[in-house]
Design a protein around this ligand. Sequence first.
Ligand SMILES: Cc1ncc(COP(=O)(O)O)c(C=O)c1O
Length: 371
Amino acid sequence: MDEVVATLESGWLTTGPRTAQFEEEFARYVGAEHAIGTNSGTAALHLALESIGVGPGDEVITTPLTFAATANAIEHCGARPVFADVDARDGNISAEIVAELLTEATRALLPVHYAGAPADLDALRRLDREIPIIVDAAHAIEMRTDDGRRSGAGVELGAYSFQVTKNITTGEGGMIVTTDPERAAELRVRRLHGVDKDAFRRRAEAGFTESDLLFAGHKYNMTDLQAAIGMHQLRRIEILHARRVEIWEAYNESFGDSSYWTVPPSSCEPDGERRHGCHLYTLWFAWDALGMNRAECTEALARGGVGVAWHYPPLHLQRYYRERYGHSQGEFPVAEEIARRTVTLPLSASMSDTDVRQVIAAVHGLAAERS
Ligand SMILES: Cc1ncc(COP(=O)(O)O)c(C=O)c1O
């Protein structure tokens, strides 16, 4: 709060010194070479796709088990999202499935680290080194791969979100990371109208310099007010993550063995060097065994004071994508099955032990009622 007030008092509210500082600290945290702040994760995805020239006639392979923004960003470029079914272990698209969908028109791959489970980017890279990979890392800020690489390390282009439900937040906000310095410079221009020098950079230069318009760019810049929040969220990220892990492990221990639900395998893997991003804690319910459907389960949990969510209704079955591309039920059976069975439990560093016990009791209460 002090930083926000200091930002207001500084007079520099829009993209300026705090954005630059947050970008630098964020890049360091996720192991990326360059980071560019944006006003949302969706903007970050759109800019990343646009910067590699994704356009009409192109296909981008992605997952149907994600938030609408992932595929919408492809649509915003005039390209077609080609959905790949996901792996039952972690809900991520896998190289074997993607391999079958590659065509002459494939312009990029857009995997998501679903719920925070690391997608196997190395296997995707081995498919075809020429096809760029843009990673939707909205769920994966703290994630690390099997060999301990941070979520932004070696990532050609990645997009993060700081929307309010994310592990760290700026209210709304996002970040692009890239290994390529020239692309980073271009993205900075594209995120603010396409003007080659923004006000902050113009001020840093001695004397008056003219600016020029290089692209029909976007108004996607992060503000210093957002960065003021983000900087301090980031400084607490390991403390917040440690608390999420505590809650995660309490859930794993309590929900491990049941005929009424399954804990997704990727949620229980020993950590070692690998680190789950711990964004969404999901249970896959067996509705027949439990004797209720998901809406009834959600209502029963709400009566016990526990609010849950469903991540995600599969995108190919949402009206827009169904009608636009003629998708139908049964096309991506694993994604559909996970989507049908999934309930996301509350998970926040601000939850107390009493809150956690309340969630656990409410879920076990469903099974007890059935018994
Ligand atoms: C997987 C995924 N991708 C992209 C986004 C979009 O981020 P934002 O809301 O910051 O635009 C979100 C969340 O909102 C998300 O969960």
